[in-house]
Design a protein around this ligand. Structure first.
Ligand SMILES: Nc1ncnc2c1ncn2[C@@H]1O[C@H](COP(=O)(O)OP(=O)(O)OP(=O)(O)O)[C@@H](O)[C@H]1O
Ligand SMILES: [Mg+2]
Length: 307
């Protein structure tokens, strides 16, 4: 087991680094955007297609010339690496244990994207402690400013880590399907994020539906319910059709945006990535990740102090 002192010193170093975070450096980056746009992909219900959507959206953004970092935040049951057919050198598990830095585990993936992989089957990381959140925050902040986008693949549900990663994002993308269970679980997720964390705007991608009209019905049903009962705004980002090639690609561990770029699903992903890029351009200042992570830190410590 790792010595506590090393772990503690990494956390302390991370905290110091956070305080000294240089906003200028972000602005000096030679890229399409001045600040890193942090976007989380989340869902109330599991298995709706978050990971497939994140991975392919990242590839689609990279194809447009953006630099994209993907954080696999499903810390207990990670599978971004599985979908991309890559073999991580190390995972967030080792970083959080203080055994290595985030730079040591960053991995280049097909499509020109960079991945922060997490471990699968590590029960102890199913819920992060405050010190681990701080370490993760400072490590991610240290490297993410090199990228135009940081896309976060969150776990499903309404657990504390789901809240943590969504609150850290400038834009929360709720992935839904047309199934009533997906809609009710998304409603529950949005309810918690709005009532307890003050989130007011949610983007929505409808995945795995047979037609555009079914996508519209699913979006409108959710939008009406959350607009009426929770007073939050929802933005439609597009839809990704049910496409047999998605499953085929997952079985082959090849992202559909690379394997079948003209498939219906890959074209749906391109539309989603175009909307994301548009949102990033429209909200340059709000996307500054240092602000969101700092806000998050205050939130998580404020909550603990109140307990
Ligand atoms: N557009 C689609 N067309 C066909 N099948 C799809 C589509 N999207 C997702 N699927 C199917 O749904 C499965 C789950 O997708 P994925 O792993 O991306 O979901 P997830 O939301 O990340 O799940 P979890 O909550 O477990 O992390 C895939 O393995 C695939 O078989
Ligand atoms: Mg997933």
């Amino acid at each position: 087991m790792l010595g506590e002192s090393k772990h503690q010193s990494r956390i302390k170093a991370g905290t110091e680094h956070c305080r000294g975070f240089d906003v200028e450096k972000v602005g000096n980056r030679e890229s399409q955007q001045a600040v890193t746009r942090v976007v989380s992909f989340t869902s109330g219900k599991g298995g709706v297609g978050k990971t497939h959507t994140v991975v392919n959206t990242a590839i689609s953004l990279a194809a447009q010339g953006y630099s994209v970092l993907v954080l696999d935040a499903d810390l207990g049951l990670a599978n971004v690496d599985v979908l991309l057919g890559i073999q991580p050198k190390g995972t967030l598990h080792e970083v959080l244990k203080g055994k290595c830095s985030l730079d040591d585990i960053l991995i280049e993936a097909p499509g020109g994207i960079t991945i922060i992989p997490a471990a699968s089957g590590v029960e102890e990381f199913q819920s992060l402690e405050s010190s681990e959140k701080m370490l993760l925050m400072s490590e991610v902040e240290r490297i993410a400013h090199r990228f135009d986008f940081l896309l976060i693949d969150t776990p499903a549900g309404i657990g504390p880590d789901v809240m943590y990663f969504n609150t850290a994002a400038a834009e929360i993308v709720c992935v839904i399907t047309g199934e009533p269970t997906s809609l009710t679980d998304s409603y529950a997720l949005i309810k918690v994020l709005s009532s307890e964390y003050g989130e007011r705007t949610f983007s929505v991608v409808v995945n795995n539906v047979p037609s555009e009209s079914e996508a519209n019905i699913a979006f409108n049903t959710l939008a009406r319910a959350v607009g009426k009962f929770l007073q939050v705004e929802t933005r439609y980002m597009g839809w990704i059709p049910n496409d047999g090639q998605v499953r085929e690609c997952i079985m082959d561990r090849r992202p559909i945006s690379l394997a079948f770029p003209s498939s219906r699903a890959a074209r749906g992903v391109v539309d989603v990535s175009n909307v994301l890029a548009k949102h990033a351009k429209e909200n340059r200042v709000k996307g500054g990740m240092q602000f969101f992570f700092r806000q998050l830190l205050e939130l998580s410590y404020g909550k603990e102090a109140a307990c």
